[in-house]
Write a protein that binds this ligand. Structure first.
Ligand code: PGA
Length: 254
C-alpha cells in the first residue's frame, strides 16, 4: 500500500508571521491525520520558523527548490545540506513555474533530485504538459520525456523514496482541474514508465496530482488507483481548506 502524501506548495506567499499563524491554526486540525504524510513547502524565508513550529508534530517540512551543488560561489542559491539543517524531509524540484519562468531543464531537475536524495531529502519531481501539448495529442510523449530525463540520476535502490507530481500546466492556478479520468489516465502511464525504469520500486513510488486541487475535488481524485496524494497551491494557503484536503473531505462545493 502506498501511503498518500499531501503537500502544500505555498509558492511566494506568506511572511514568517503568517507561516507561524498558519501552523498554529493548522496543526490542531490535522492531529488525527495518521494515514497520510502531510507536507508544507513554505518560501525559503519561512523554513526556519516553520521548522520550529512543526517540532513534535507529524507534519513534514519541504523546500520549493534547491541548488544541485554542495556549496560554493552560487549567489542566491540554497544547498541540500542547508535544507537538512532546517529539518526539511522533502524538496520540490522541477515545478512548472521553475521550468517556464526560470528556464529549468530536465537535466537540472535530475541533478537537483539526485542532490536532495544524497542528503536524505525526498524529492517531489514535477512533470506536466501545457494546454497546447495536450490539445495536439502530445501529453504522453512530453510527460514521458520529462520523467525519463528528470529521474535519470536516481539510483534504482532509492527510487521508492521519490515522489512524482503530475501537474498539467493548464490546471495550475486556473480552477480547471483535470477530471479524475484524465488524471488517472496519465498517472497510469507514469506508473508504467516507473515500472519500466525502476522495476518493482515503480509500484512503491507515490504519484501526486496537482492543479487546482481543493476540498471539493480532493476525494474523487484521491480515489483513483494511481493517484497517491496531491500537490496543492492556492487551496493550501488557508489552514481550514488545506486540512479538509488532508482529510479528503468534501468541502463546500467550489
Ligand atoms: P494550484 O497550484 O493548486 O494553485 O493550481 C498547484 C501547484 O502549482 O503546485
Amino acid at each position: 500500500m502506498r501511503r498518500p502524501v499531501i503537500a502544500a506548495n505555498w509558492k511566494m506567499f506568506k511572511t514568517t508571521g503568517e507561516a507561524q499563524a498558519f501552523a498554529e491554526a493548522f496543526l490542531p486540525l490535522v492531529k488525527d491525520a495518521q494515514e497520510v504524510d502531510v507536507v508544507l513547502a513554505p518560501p525559503a524565508t519561512a523554513l526556519s520558523t516553520l521548522s520550529r513550529a512543526l517540532e513534535g508534530s507529524a507534519v513534514h517540512l519541504a523546500s520549493q527548490n534547491v541548488c544541485a551543488e554542495e556549496e560554493g560561489a552560487f549567489t542566491g542559491e540554497i544547498a541540500p545540506r542547508m535544507l537538512t539543517d532546517l529539518g526539511c524531509r522533502y524538496g520540490i524540484v522541477g515545478h512548472s513555474e521553475r521550468r517556464t519562468l526560470y528556464g529549468e531543464t530536465d537535466e537540472q531537475v535530475a541533478a537537483k533530485a539526485a542532490a536532495l536524495l544524497s542528503h536524505d531529502v525526498l524529492p517531489i519531481v514535477c512533470v506536466g504538459e501545457t494546454l497546447e501539448q495536450r490539445e495536439t495529442g502530445q501529453t504522453f510523449a512530453v510527460v514521458g520525456v520529462q520523467l525519463q530525463e528528470s529521474l535519470a540520476k536516481i539510483p534504482p535502490d532509492r527510487a521508492a523514496q521519490v515522489v512524482v507530481a503530475y501537474e498539467p500546466i493548464w490546471a495550475i492556478g486556473t480552477g480547471k482541474t483535470a477530471t479524475p479520468e484524465i488524471a488517472q489516465e496519465v498517472h497510469a502511464m507514469i506508473r508504467e514508465r516507473l515500472r519500466e525504469q525502476f522495476g518493482a520500486a515503480g509500484d512503491e513510488m507515490r504519484i501526486q496530482y496537482g492543479g487546482s486541487v481543493k476540498p471539493a475535488n480532493a476525494k474523487v481524485l484521491m480515489g483513483q488507483p494511481d493517484i497517491d496524494g496531491a500537490l496543492v497551491g492556492g487551496a493550501s494557503l488557508d489552514p481550514e481548506s488545506f486540512s479538509q484536503i488532508v482529510h479528503f473531505e468534501d468541502g463546500d462545493a467550489a
